[in-house]
Design a binder for this molecule. Structure first.
Ligand SMILES: CCCCCc1ccc(-c2ccc(S(=O)(=O)CCO)cc2)cc1[C@H]1C[C@H]1c1ccccn1
Length: 239
């Protein structure tokens, strides 16, 4: 993908999002708004030109899957409709490379707001951990809004286009079995950080947006992580 025109932006945004995901929720004004088992979901209340664009950061721990498996199912178009309940249509507009694609998604309408679509590049990458060189166990998927000739903004004006930046950062922790036995899924833990900023693109009531975020994000992360566990539990481990 290094040859593609988008590559410099993909490289920059992915590095920025990795750094941002690693920042704790201690500093700054993160507000815990949802908890479910190991999942903690935080938000900051922000508005841009009167539009709610509350940044979201979620941390979660899932046993029995690897960071690669979690990122693979998040990135791949083949499984998206199995776990994403808020999209009506999804199309891969361009396969830039094996680890980079351009998606167009039409999201279900959220009454009373107008229906939205999202056009974004999606990039999957393994990340060498600078602090721990032999920790080759961190994977990231970064999704960032982009433009594309086959999905012009003003195509038919039917949908308002959202602007989003999303990062799913997953680290595999292995509890090596005592007796030198082979690693099983019981020895695996996946530490997840999910960050997202969605600008609704056009006006929507703050109360409606905040209610939707509060309802949809916890549901989405819970459904997605359970889906990946179920898909992987009887399959060989992929690191
Ligand atoms: C009036 C509503 C305006 C905004 C609607 C909207 C659009 C896209 C998105 C969104 C788009 C992509 C991603 S992802 O993480 O890259 C996965 C791939 O699909 C995630 C969330 C969110 C929302 C906001 C509803 C909110 C909401 C929150 C979690 C799920 C669905 N909807």
């Amino acid at each position: 993908a290094q040859s593609h025109v988008l590559w410099p932006e993909i490289d920059r945004i992915t590095a920025e999002q990795l750094h941002y995901a690693r920042q704790g929720v201690g500093e700054g004004v993160w507000e815990l708004f949802a908890e479910d088992g190991e999942m903690r979901m935080y938000k900051r209340e922000e508005e841009v030109n009167g539009l709610v664009v509350d940044p979201l950061k979620a941390v979660h721990t899932v046993k029995g899957v690897t960071g690669f498996e979690m990122c693979h199912y998040f990135f791949s178009p083949d499984y998206r409709l199995d776990w994403e309940t808020t999209i009506e249509q999804m199309k891969v507009l361009e396969k830039v490379s094996d680890d980079t694609m351009i998606f167009l998604q039409i999201h279900k309408r959220v009454w009373p707001a107008s229906q939205r679509d999202a056009l974004f590049w999606s990039h999957l990458r393994q990340v060498p951990d600078s602090r721990d060189p032999d920790a080759q166990n961190i994977w990231i998927v970064c999704n960032h809004s982009t433009e594309h000739h086959s999905a012009p903004e003003k195509s038919n004006g039917k949908y308002i286009r959202v602007f989003l930046t999303v990062a799913l950062v997953c680290q595999t922790m292995i509890e090596p079995p005592k007796n030198g036995a082979q690693i099983t899924r019981d020895d695996l833990t996946c530490k997840i950080t999910y960050c997202s900023v969605v600008n609704p693109g056009g006006w929507a009531p703050a109360s409606v947006l905040r209610a939707v975020y509060k309802r949809e994000y916890p549901k989405f992360l819970k459904k997605f992580t359970h889906y990946v566990y179920d898909q992987c539990k009887n399959k060989p481990i992929r690191f």
